[in-house]
Design a protein around this ligand. Structure first.
Ligand SMILES: Cc1cc2nc3c(=O)[nH]c(=O)nc-3n(C[C@H](O)[C@H](O)[C@H](O)COP(=O)(O)OP(=O)(O)OC[C@H]3O[C@@H](n4cnc5c(N)ncnc54)[C@H](O)[C@@H]3O)c2cc1C
Length: 289
């Protein structure tokens, strides 16, 4: 199916992107990898009057190791994350999630920042960002603001960007102590969206206790959701099988899945529990390595 008619521009600088977005108002949308927006337009689920294609803007494809965090620019593709030594050496959760995003063709074009902006509850990256306590840098013609990921994800396909703002980069904190993490994803076939996904990570303090924990769920709520009670089970405690089992059960309580062709709600909750436990076991092995 063809999308509805739209106007299009391909600026070559961020300033030009921001000016065009401001001038075109509410009807304008950023086009990054196009791997979600174009299918939605073809299905007539989205009909932007104006597309601002950012692919010709130089200098937005950086993965930079900065003080305390890794900054990921708006044109970093999923496959750039797969191949990045910076990511594999700083964040196990991201490194384990990247190969699970879609298929090789989508991974070559789709961007991490586009996924974050899209806020699809079946998208994998926002759970990873919640677990890592990432921040989104929004830029408009009037300046920049930094938005914690919990405030950025508002609802089903809804973020907290204001008109005229773009996601310029996402900042992912590095572990401050010994850390580890994993993204566990159940899909019906290779390349599919998650039936259930769980991102989990934690950091150990000098006594081997859990100093900080992040657990977030994909495809089992109306938006990617932090499993706050499960995180609280972990913090201040010494890792153990029993503790991880308890956290898994608490994470399952945060899931509100639907029964559909992919499985029953009860079974999906069980998968959340098991994947949380397995992710935490993986994180512990990494943190102690
Ligand atoms: C066959 C298929 C399978 C897929 N499977 C998965 C999967 O398993 N897991 C998964 O997580 N995703 C999956 N996806 C989605 C894919 O990851 C997309 O790449 C991603 O959702 C959006 O990134 P994009 O760069 O393609 O964004 P686009 O499609 O270009 O844009 C998506 C939305 O985000 C906005 N946007 C994009 N970039 C910015 C920015 N910098 N600032 C502000 N707004 C912006 C756009 O305006 C639009 O509203 C799949 C897609 C396809 C086609």
């Amino acid at each position: 199916m063809y999308p509805p008619a739209f106007n299009y521009s391909a600026p070559t600088s961020v300033e030009e992107v921001l000016t065009t977005l401001t001038n075109e108002g509410d009807g304008a949308r950023v086009l990054a990898g196009g791997q979600s927006l174009i299918p939605m337009m073809k299905l007539r689920l989205a009909s932007p009057a104006f597309l601002v294609d950012i692919n010709g803007v130089a200098g937005l494809d950086y993965i930079n190791d900065v003080n305390g965090h890794v900054a990921i620019g708006a044109l970093v593709r999923h496959n750039d994350i797969v191949k990045s030594d910076t990511i594999s050496s700083t964040n196990h959760t991201m490194a384990s999630a990247a190969p699970w995003i879609a298929d090789p063709i989508v991974r070559n074009r789709g961007t991490l920042c586009g996924s974050v902006a899209h806020c699809d509850p079946e998208g994998d990256w926002n759970s990873v960002m919640l677990a890592a306590r990432a921040e989104v840098v929004a830029q408009s013609a009037s300046g920049e603001r930094v938005i914690p990921i919990d405030d950025f994800i508002v609802d089903f396909f809804t973020n907290s960007l204001q008109p005229g703002e773009i996601v310029k980069e996402v900042r992912v904190p590095k572990y401050s102590g010994r850390g580890g993490g994993a993204y566990m994803k159940l899909e019906r076939k290779i390349g599919d969206y998650a039936t259930v996904g769980v991102a989990s990570q934690f950091e150990l303090d000098g006594d081997g206790k859990i100093a900080q924990a992040g657990i977030a769920l994909t495809a089992v709520n109306a938006k990617n959701t932090r499993a706050t009670a499960a995180e609280q089970v972990l913090v201040g405690e010494t890792p153990s099988d029993e503790l991880f089992r308890e956290a898994g059960e608490a994470a399952a309580q945060a899931a509100e899945p639907e029964t559909n062709v992919r499985g029953t709600a009860e079974w999906k909750r069980e998968v959340v529990s098991v994947y949380t436990r397995r992710g935490l076991e993986t994180a512990l092995a990494q943190a102690q390595a």
